[in-house]
Design a protein around this ligand. Structure first.
Ligand code: AMP
Length: 625
């Protein structure tokens, strides 16, 4: 695919306000990128064998990524390098400083790049019959040219790599027309800004290659009896397992549903970590019959891949392996960064106590000489360290607390229940396994928590015993209970429309406490309008996904009472569970208090506004602080 075609499609996608039409446009782009004759089977790993097959590349580019999520390679191109390359391509009269000035004006590198006359190509292109988007005549840039060049940029190391990177970008920019330059600059800086999230790409993949319909929004489908829901779920699953939009698109196209069904984890390639929401013991016991409770360690998340040995020669570091099945150990952070070199004792631990092949999930914790946990700051001195690892190892000891197992002995375990995965964990790892206690007794859970706190840990995790491992998901199956974090259940009383692409959605929500303190008496306080039932305590804009914003907008819009500019007031209908760091006194809000760093945690579907937290409680919490 020509890069200017990609750029034009990017423009069309960005300009499309409707979610369904966006999916259709992305599906078209994927189909167009696949070439006229799809390759059958073949290499689904890399960029692809056929010269006209740019599907994997285009699928990643649409999300602003050059490499798959599991791939540790990065471009190592920061804004200043990009600005320098752009300035050079724009000619002697433009400096990197000018680029920064223009960036300050427009706020967006793509717009800056599109406004430059790069390498004189615009003029030449016009003479050569090029259109507004194209570069010069026959020097047409393809997505593969861009990809190959960016691979070289990512792989450049050592002396001179910085100037190599700048030269490579300069070379690309001089070949780009205005719209190409816009998308090139955005791609290089990893900010595509065309509104294609993982969900859009997933739906588009299902539509382009599996025949899923794009006429119903994903949220409105009933997955049980809807074929499209089934296909979308299949693509989603393959994405979770492979972490690679490009590869999944190729498998969907070349091998269809059966190919996607067979996708399995690869030991050595990181998977996104399952995440937790805040919650209480009562939440857990209300929702589930029993709760699996574990210590919440105050360390750094690690995902450990222990590969089977493929040959029986020396180990990868030249040492003879202790066990013939002893392959490489790789350790990844929660962001899938390779941190193996920083944590040699965990590598040794796994070699000594684990059976390959396995993928383990756990926490790296800093401990003192007695094995007691040290504060979080201590693990940070070790994690990601590239130099002086051996010296630091003397100062800060790191141990593994493994709590999950995603793969063992050739079996993918993502769909196994937590308790089953934990049994496999204990079977493959002889030491360093975190205790998991299943209980339906609140007192027993609280006693477990008290013991964890007394031992210096952060708190406990509450997990549904039957829960499957859902990579990357921050769902209600895992709850983190930190005893010192209070949450408030607050009534939404207003909202503000978002901006740009989100202009159709509410972006910020005004939240309020009940003025009535629950005993039927209004709180007598002059600072609060005595007639009002609710008093504001803050505005919540963080912690809300696009999907949740759309849902909340739909729910709240019918309850809008008044509108003024961007702001609306809404009737009290919806209760948010809101987390925060502290409560301050404040003249800004009607309650006289303001939440610092309020963040959305969940909609309390089970609570009516009358059951939201009261002003009296906020005052109590504020005075306790
Ligand atoms: P937070 O960082 O506050 O969102 O809490 C979630 C994090 O707690 C996870 O990403 C893990 O790094 C960490 N954690 C500590 N102990 C556990 C455990 N037993 N199960 C799951 N996560 C844990």
């Amino acid at each position: 695919m020509e890069f200017d075609t990609f750029a034009e499609r990017g423009e069309a996608i960005a300009a499309e306000p409707g979610a369904l039409d966006t999916v259709a446009l992305v599906a078209d782009a994927l189909t167009a990128a696949g070439g006229a004759t799809p390759a059958s089977g073949g290499d689904t790993e890399g960029a692809g064998p056929a010269a006209d097959d740019d599907l994997a590349i285009v699928a990643r580019f649409l999300r602003g990524a050059v490499f798959p999520g599991w791939d540790g390679r990065t471009l190592s191109v920061g804004p200043s390098l990009c600005h320098a390359a752009l300035a050079r391509a724009a000619g002697a009269n433009v400096t990197a400083g000018d680029i920064e000035d223009r960036l300050a004006e427009t706020g967006e590198i793509g717009a800056v790049a599109a406004g430059l006359d790069l390498g004189g190509q615009t003029g030449l292109g016009a003479f050569a019959g090029g259109d507004a988007t194209g570069g010069a005549g026959d020097d047409d840039l393809t997505v593969r040219d861009v990809y190959d060049e960016l691979v070289a940029v990512a792989e450049a190391t050592g002396d001179g790599s910085e100037s190599f990177r700048e030269d490579a970008l300069f070379g690309l920019f001089t070949r780009a027309g205005p719209v190409e330059a816009k998308y090139l600059a955005r791609l290089v800086l990893g900010e595509m800004r065309i509104g294609v999230g993982s969900g859009t790409l997933r739906d588009a993949t299902a539509a382009a290659f599996l025949g899923a319909s794009v006429t119903t929004p994903t949220e409105e489908r009933d997955d049980d009896d809807d074929r499209t829901g089934e296909l979308v779920a299949l693509v989603e699953r393959a994405l979770q397992v492979t972490n690679d939009h490009g590869r999944v698109a190729r498998i969907a196209r070349d091998e269809g549903e059966s190919g996607l069904r067979e996708v399995s984890l690869s030991v050595g390639r990181p998977v996104r970590s399952m995440l937790a929401q805040a919650g209480t013991v009562a939440d857990a016991l209300d929702a589930w019959d029993a709760v699996a409770v574990e210590t919440k360690y105050d360390g750094a998340r690690v995902q450990i891949h222990y590969e089977d040995r493929v040959d029986d020669e020396e180990g990868e570091d030249g040492a003879t392996p202790a066990d013939p099945a002893d392959g490489p150990v790789s350790i990844y952070s929660r962001n899938m960064e390779d941190v193996t070199a920083a944590l040699p004792e965990l590598v040794e631990h796994v070699r000594e106590h684990a059976t390959a092949p396995a993928i383990l999930d756990g926490e790296a914790v800093a401990v003192d000489d007695d094995g007691e946990p040290l504060p979080f700051q201590e693990i940070l001195r070790r994690f990601r360290r590239k130099h002086d690892v051996d010296r630091m190892r003397e100062e800060v000891r790191v141990e593994l607390r493994a709590f999950d197992c995603l793969h063992a002995g050739g079996d993918d375990l993502l769909d196994a229940p937590l308790t089953g995965r934990h049994e496999r964990l204990s079977a493959v790892l002889g030491e360093g396994v975190s205790e998991l206690r299943v209980s339906d007794d609140a007192e027993e859970i609280e006693a477990f928590e008290a013991a964890a706190l007394a031992a210096g840990h952060e708190g406990v995790m509450l997990k549904r015993p039957e829960s499957t491992y859902d990579p990357g998901n921050r769902g209600r199956e895992w709850l983190k209970r930190k005893p010192d974090v209070e949450t408030l259940d607050l009534v939404v009383t207003g909202a503000e429309w978002g901006e740009g692409r989100r202009a159709e959605l509410f972006g910020t929500f005004e939240v309020s406490v009940r003025v009535d303190d629950g005993d039927g008496e209004r709180d007598a306080d002059e600072s609060v309008d005595s007639g009002a039932a609710y008093a504001t305590v803050g505005n919540v804009a963080t912690g809300i996904t696009d999907e949740e914003l759309a849902d909340l907008t739909e729910r709240l819009e019918p309850h809008v009472r008044a509108e003024s500019g961007q702001s609306v007031t809404v009737a009290p209908e919806v209760v948010f569970e809101v987390g925060y760091e502290e409560i301050q006194t404040s003249p800004t809000y009607e309650s006289g208090h303001a939440l610092r760093f309020p963040r959305f945690l969940a909609v309390r579907e089970d609570k009516a506004p009358e059951a939201a937290d009261s002003l009296a409680r906020v005052r109590r919490l504020a005075s306790d602080e």
